[in-house]
Ligand binder design. Structure first.
Ligand code: C5P
Length: 408
């Protein structure tokens, strides 16, 4: 039996606090220990008694309670969890977190912690869009706070728009997902390791149109690239994810730019510069159709259409070119079916990037659309063979390596 993972859930004042009761229940059912802190405003929406009954633990509400301090000081409370979650995160608590104000138990714990912090914002649409809130969120994200939601919808105040807290299940899933990644310490970037750094990540396939309804493309689920974008954001980097068409939702807490073709992907990448880090995980189509048809090609026209292909720009090689705007660290991928390491080493030199993460995609491997990857990391210093692991763990390990690179 391993120790249960621990979450410190900080409830601030918002009608969405009722959803957290269900989240607590879901986390408890998943075997997670949940300890709760409530602000005074949160107590206006749900009672400490309900929160305590569901979390099966004491609820902390008072900074100056001698009984609380005798049991567990607020500093210890802030560090006794694997993850701190602020939900609902009101505009007020986000502002106090940004300013480093510690005027109640919730904000004191948040200021004293050395653990990762996740927040699920919940507020009126205008409060959400207010430049003060948006600036606060930017600062918090740069410090490594990750966001879940908010989502768009009807609000308790009668207005409609962005600002609703995510549903209880979504929040529980995001927390469980983060805990899963935190469990493997080697694959967990330390918090704030990449604070102040900006990163550009490409992900997914590109679609190269033949005519308005047909295209050619590479196989790619986008899972590895999206996981890398998420891991870099969790390490504190400001991340722009340039994604080709995938079925994946946009990750929270970073900017996602959607593109279709390789040419669009390159333009979006150029726009995202300057950046300190570039990770090209997209499976870019090497060719596009020259002179694509404006109208759907007709089968009835008889004969077989022939396609003339033109070479697509190589985004990784373009970003790797020395000159104004080259990110300090450029990382590429190499999906190989034979001589994996040799081909990857040659590719690193040809493209001019710093590191290549090579993976074997020969028959029988589970890379495309699968959960796992076996990586050989090639740099100027040689090759490092990583054991087979989930794509999320590959992403976290890469984020950690990138953190170490910038610490040197
Ligand atoms: O040449 P190959 O496609 O094997 O190279 C793979 C690496 O190059 C990946 O990092 C991929 O994202 C990148 N790439 C690119 N633009 C292209 C082709 C590949 O960025 N047109």
């Amino acid at each position: 039996m391993t120790d249960p993972q621990r979450v410190l859930l900080i409830l601030s004042g918002g009608i969405a606090a009722y959803k957290c009761l269900e989240t607590i229940r879901l986390l408890r059912r998943a075997g997670v220990a949940v300890r709760c802190v409530m602000t005074k405003a949160a107590e206006e929406f749900v009672t400490p008694l309900s929160v305590s009954a569901l979390s099966e633990d004491k609820v902390y509400t008072d900074l100056f309670s001698l009984t609380d301090e005798a049991e567990m000081g607020h500093i210890e409370l802030s560090r006794s969890a694997d993850l701190l979650v602020v939900a609902p995160a009101s505009a007020d608590i986000l502002a106090r977190m940004t300013a480093g104000i510690a005027n109640d138990i919730a904000t004191t714990v948040l200021l004293a912690t050395d653990k990762p912090v996740m927040a699920a914002p919940a507020m009126n649409v205008r409060m959400w869009h207010h430049p003060a809130t948006q600036a606060n969120l930017k600062t918090l994200q740069a410090r490594g706070v990750t966001l879940v939601g908010p989502v768009e919808g009807d609000m308790a105040c009668g207005e409609h728009g962005l600002g609703r807290m995510v549903e209880a299940q979504t929040l529980a899933d995001a927390i469980l997902d983060r805990l899963k990644r935190l469990r493997n310490a080697d694959n967990t970037p330390s918090i704030n390791e990449l604070t102040g750094k900006s990163a550009l990540v490409t992900s997914g396939p590109t679609h190269e149109p033949i005519d308005p309804v047909r295209y050619i493309a590479n196989r790619s689920s986008g899972r590895q690239g999206h996981a890398i974008a998420k891991a870099l954001a969790e390490a504190g980097a400001r991340v722009t994810l340039v994604s080709g068409p995938t079925r994946l939702p946009d990750p929270d807490g970073l900017e996602t730019i959607h593109v279709d073709s390789a040419e669009e992907m390159l333009a979006a990448c150029r726009n995202a510069l300057p950046a300190d880090i570039a990770v090209c995980a997209a499976a870019v189509a090497d060719w596009r159709v020259a002179g694509q048809a404006d109208q759907k090609l007709k089968k009835e026209a008889g004969g077989l259409p022939s396609l003339t292909l033109a070479e697509n720009p190589d985004i990784l090689a373009t970003l790797s070119k020395p000159g104004i705007g080259r990110p300090a660290l450029v990382v590429g991928f190499a999906a190989e079916t034979e001589n994996v390491v040799d081909n990857a080493a040659a590719k690193r030199l040809r493209k001019g990037c710093d590191w290549i993460l090579a993976n074997d995609v020969s028959v029988g491997t589970d890379t495309f659309g699968g959960d796992r990857n076996r990586i050989h990391a090639v740099s100027e210093h040689g090759v490092e063979d990583w054991p087979e692991m989930s794509k999320e763990d590959v992403a976290a390990k890469l984020a950690r390596r990138i953190g170490a690179y910038f610490r040197q």
